[in-house]
Write a protein that binds this ligand. Structure first.
Ligand SMILES: [Zn+2]
Length: 486
């Protein structure tokens, strides 16, 4: 595969990072809201997430050492900022390596997941899948189990293809019989995302073929549950941002965006790329739709949340949306991210309400008013039944992830304390609200891993697979129970 065909820009060694993982703490979550509001340039991960811990609220972020010093001087006295660890140091001391070579031998060998092993068996996975292995793993699944694969229509800036698979029990895949859609790898640095999906699908096929169940830590599923899950029809794209993933794996520089340089300033490496999870057609033009006091994305190319030049300006987001045209009956969607330990459900632009349908994202009367979560000037309308369904699903899925036995997961409304525009989960749910002829999709963001640990340790990497895979099982089982169709 050719690197950087157009530019030849690739730095040959890892960039020196000055990246500190920090946690802001306060008794009142409103204090942390103020931190975000006054420091919108900070890297809060996929989106700012507030987690409760003992009697405090916590907000995690990544800052430079210089920035940490200025923050310490400028923070409100109610807010504390603590250093969690240096990400550089953490990397040196042992995060999971990127696997070398091709474990799937060009597709001759199929990947095997963790849930189909003997209970308690510890498997050496050989590190995180390198970006080329994501393609060969998919070929391996196609060869071993007859899984159908597809190539999304839009090439990336660096001319890479984006590959997907359709996992189903049926021998012949019907496009209007697939109800589940999973994606990962949109934020390049969130290592292990593609692995979580590929090993999960591998488990389903293996257990189906060998008539066994699946075991994830303390959580077990029967063979008939495996068959039920596979029959729901799973469309998945394990690496939606291949240019970004390649760049992150080759440089270990916590790269998040894609590699499109269209808006970049010469000499500024940070200004390359678009945050794909701010580029979807959902209230994309945030300066028009949101209250000026919030910044749900950024129009600064140097920002980690740079939203691009137009909704769907990027081939990667167009590929993700194209799947809905090809598989029109998809009802349940998860975009897999890290690192927080949450499962987020709709909406992400403002607090949910079920009493006033006029307060909705398409109503221009509310332009300039959306976003602040503690006011009642605008709250996003969600039908009562939809709200119940999406919250029930999030509760069930996180409960299964917790019962694996590794750690806690929290179900949350996506807006949390701070809004987001242009995200994949909101776009997915909003499609039906815009056009009642398309299928209604319940969209989620799963955040595996510990806050800001985008590069997991080997143990975390392993546990993330167990946790997410139990979560995917439960998600699909709950989906079949709530309903795959109208
Ligand atoms: Zn993310």
């Amino acid at each position: 595969m050719k690197l950087f065909p157009a530019l030849g820009l690739l730095p040959s060694c890892a960039l020196a990072l000055d990246a500190l993982s920090v946690a802001f703490s306060s008794k009142e979550s409103s204090d942390l809201y103020e931190v975000i509001r006054r420091n919108t340039d900070i890297d809060y991960g996929c989106r700012p997430v507030i987690l409760r811990s003992n009697n405090e609220h916590k907000l995690h972020a990544i800052v430079s050492s210089e920035r940490l010093e200025t923050l310490r001087r400028s923070l409100d006295p109610n807010v504390r900022v603590d250093l969690v660890h240096s990400l550089n140091k953490r990397q040196e001391e042992g995060t999971a390596p990127i696997g070398k070579g091709d474990r799937f031998k060009g597709g001759k060998v199929a990947p095997r997941g963790l849930g189909s092993r003997k209970p308690g068996e510890k498997v050496d996975l050989g590190g995180i899948l390198n970006y080329e292995e994501v393609y060969t793993a998919m070929k391996g699944l196609a060869k071993e189990y007859g899984m159908e694969t597809f190539t999304a229509p839009h090439l990336t800036f660096e001319n890479q293809t984006t590959i997907g698979g359709v996992a189903n029990k049926a021998e012949k895949i019907k496009k209007d019989k697939q109800y589940i859609y999973f994606t990962s790898g949109i934020h390049a640095r969130e290592r292990g995302g593609p692995d979580n999906l590929i090993y999960f699908i591998s488990d389903l096929y293996y257990a189906n073929k060998h008539r066994t169940g699946l075991t994830y830590g303390n959580k077990t599923y029967t063979n008939s549950q495996v068959k039920k899950v596979l029959s729901a029809g799973i469309v998945f794209m394990p690496m939606t941002n291949p240019d970004g993933v390649r760049h992150d794996q080759q440089n270990s520089n916590l790269w998040r965006k894609n590699r499109n340089p269209a808006s970049a300033t010469p000499g500024s490496e940070l200004s390359v790329g678009v945050d794909l999870n701010r580029n979807f057609d959902f209230l994309w033009n945030y300066t028009k739709h949101f209250d000026p006091s919030v910044e749900p994305a950024s129009n600064d190319p140097e920002s980690e949340a740079f939203y691009g030049t137009a909704p769907f300006s990027e081939p990667e987001t167009r590929n993700m949306a194209w799947v809905y045209d090809v598989f029109p009956k998809i009802r349940w969607f998860i975009d897999v991210h890290s690192a927080a330990g949450t499962l987020l459900y709709s909406w992400g632009d403002d607090t949910n309400q079920a009493f006033d349908p006029k307060q909705n994202l398409f109503n221009a009367e509310y332009d300039g008013k959306r976003g602040p979560v503690n006011d009642t000037i605008y709250q996003e309308y969600i039908d009562q039944d939809d709200w119940r369904n999406v919250a029930l699903q999030a509760n069930r899925t996180t409960a299964a992830m917790i019962s694996v036995g590794g750690r806690e997961y929290v179900p949350q409304q996506a807006v949390g304390l701070y809004p987001t525009s242009g995200a994949s989960d909101d776009y997915s749910f909003s499609r039906w609200h815009k056009n009642k002829k398309v299928n209604k999709v319940y969209g989620y963001t799963m955040e595996f891993g510990y806050p800001t640990n985008f590069y997991p340790t080997e143990d975390e990497f392993y546990q993330n697979i167990l946790d997410t895979n139990a979560g995917f099982m439960e998600f699909i089982l709950t989906a079949t129970e709530i309903g795959l169709k109208d």
